[in-house]
Design a protein around this ligand. Sequence first.
Ligand SMILES: CC(C)(COP(=O)(O)OP(=O)(O)OC[C@H]1O[C@@H](n2cnc3c(N)ncnc32)[C@H](O)[C@@H]1OP(=O)(O)O)[C@@H](O)C(=O)NCCC(=O)NCCS
Length: 224
Amino acid sequence: MMAKTNGDLASLSAEGPADSGDSHILPLGKAHATAAAALHRQGIHTGFLSSLGAGFLREIYRGISACRAGFGYVWLGSDGAVLGFIACAESTGRVYKQALLRRGAFMALPLARFLLRPSVLKRMIETLRYPSQAAEDLPAAEILSIAVAPQARGKGVGKALMQAAFEEFRRRRITHVRVAVGADNAPANAFYLRCGFRLTLQRTHHGLPMNIYVADVENQQRPR
Ligand SMILES: CC(C)(COP(=O)(O)OP(=O)(O)OC[C@H]1O[C@@H](n2cnc3c(N)ncnc32)[C@H](O)[C@@H]1OP(=O)(O)O)[C@@H](O)C(=O)NCCC(=O)NCCS
């Protein structure tokens, strides 16, 4: 991936994310799926989905960008490089169904090499069942993933992407959003707290401790 220039990042840091909002943030489209998959693998490398490979992740992001229940945004550097993305679901279960309907055949190809590995199949089934197993009082809407390129972190890019997502959730009349993150991912836990999420539940997923946060979308800071 191409790097954004230091000058651009310095000015973002000084002026804040609101200034970057309109000019740098675009809806996540099919054309961004490869870059989103690369950022996902780079930033969330210990996650199960990352272990399924770049081709599978690319199809997931193509699926999310193509389905009505899902949406996302990318943050572009001035050279057009994707330096961050966020992927969101109105309802994670519906996004899985719609993405599978649209891109299922393409997802199957990169997954073929895992079909004879029972441990991977078990984790896939757990992942697909996860939305229906979420506690009843948790919101259906979810931040599915967010990642910013290492050289662009700490400059407000993640927060700008989150604010764009909150704006779209409000437009869709969604009041509360959840996000699940590994309990040991200290930067991401700190980030969600700074973005207005509150720790609501702790549970185990794929044998790992997870923190589940919920944000009240209405009460979040709006992009200027
Ligand atoms: C989490 C992540 C997206 C944050 O993106 P970012 O662009 O660096 O975050 P921002 O610069 O917009 O920071 C927003 C706020 O979070 C805080 N924050 C961000 N990273 C932090 C860290 N490592 N430690 C403490 N606080 C942090 C910032 O201080 C800022 O607070 P402020 O609003 O009070 O100034 C980024 O670190 C990342 O891509 N991590 C790898 C992928 C990942 O773990 N994703 C989450 C799991 S799905």
